[in-house]
Design a protein around this ligand. Sequence first.
Ligand code: ATP
Ligand code: MG
Length: 402
Amino acid sequence: MKEMILLKNGEIALKGLNRATFEDVLVKNMRRRIEPLGKFTIRKAQSTIFVEPKDETADMDEAFARLRKVFGVAALARACVVEKDLEAIKQMAASYLEDDLLAAKSFKVAAKRSDKKFAYNSPEICQEVGGYLLSRFPHLHVDVHQPQVVVEVEVRDFGAYIHAAQIPGAGGMPVGTSGKAMLLVSGGLDSPVACFMMAKRGLQLDAVHFVSPPYTSERAKRKVIDLLQQLGGYCGTINLLVVPFTELQERIRDNCPEDLFTIIMRRCMMRIAERLAEQRGCSALITGESLAQVASQTLPALVCTDAAANMPVFRPLIGMDKEEIVRIARQIGTFEISIQPFEDCCTVFTPKHPRTRPNLRLVETGEQNLNADELIERAIAGTERLRIDGTGGLFPENTPLR
Ligand code: ATP
Ligand code: MG
């Protein structure tokens, strides 16, 4: 028996003249993700994409699991390929969906015939296949409104397929169709979720992570790599820029008012992130901040942070509660990694009483003796560049894309 995977476009289907471009990006993203699993043919027809293995060796279970994470897919199903012959279709429906049909009480057949040369029309296919299945599985009854199993039969120009109902895909827009942005990623719970949410809207992401050895460990950096490897299944390739931040943090500690340490540190992060974003052709910054979650995320604090950068700063979690964020973190598999206890540079030199209502004038005065420019240049020059591909591989950044 030959199987394939059938996928429905999501929002892309609504795009007018640009639709083909969006679809091409989607197909390219899908191809990259499943390429290591075998040889596949990917074909588009109307708003459906067909992924067909070229031989028996392709890993279909893993391909299906990976395609469930590709943004731009609204729904997908595994299907079997069958000869365009009514008898063959009946028997294949009974054997391919046997387990589902045995476990169910009710079913219906839904047929689509785009090959008008096929001798039976859709209602006739439903009737014939439905009747046959009732004779093979006498415990079943037909329920057209709320069936437990839907047996879908599609007769297309290039073949006939049988599958059960489609399951929801990752939704959103194909990564790369909305441009590029720079994520500020820590090892915490929030920024990986922010990454997922913005990639879902079609942004291709690079990521910047600040490290402060010896205050932060190699394990903290490894944790960020682990997180991005987990997210790669959704976001595709991510370039990770690891910025040495110790000198700047020590300079802040020695020259700025203690109650402003965190806010000044965050402003330095924004300045560096923006410079790196410009170098890499990114047009926005992304953080995992959520209003009022901590002292540096009050409205006055966010105003001061924003003032350090000219680029728009996207904060997809701004209106979410921690519980909602945790729910997504669990769903995308970052929760277990994020809760590992390795220090982030944000927790180095934290003030006992951070100012929760700073204003820009006060902060700029507090930065008077900082002289950060040269240190910012040095931090940028010392940045380590890594590349994490959509299948979990880790490479130096200049590695050619597969
Ligand atoms: P997270 O769970 O993402 O760490 P948080 O609620 O702990 O967020 P902070 O630690 O104050 O809040 O960080 C706020 C945001 O600043 C993070 O979501 C992230 O975007 C960015 N950030 C924090 N630490 C780092 C870091 N070491 N490198 C890069 N960005 C960072
Ligand atoms: Mg944090």
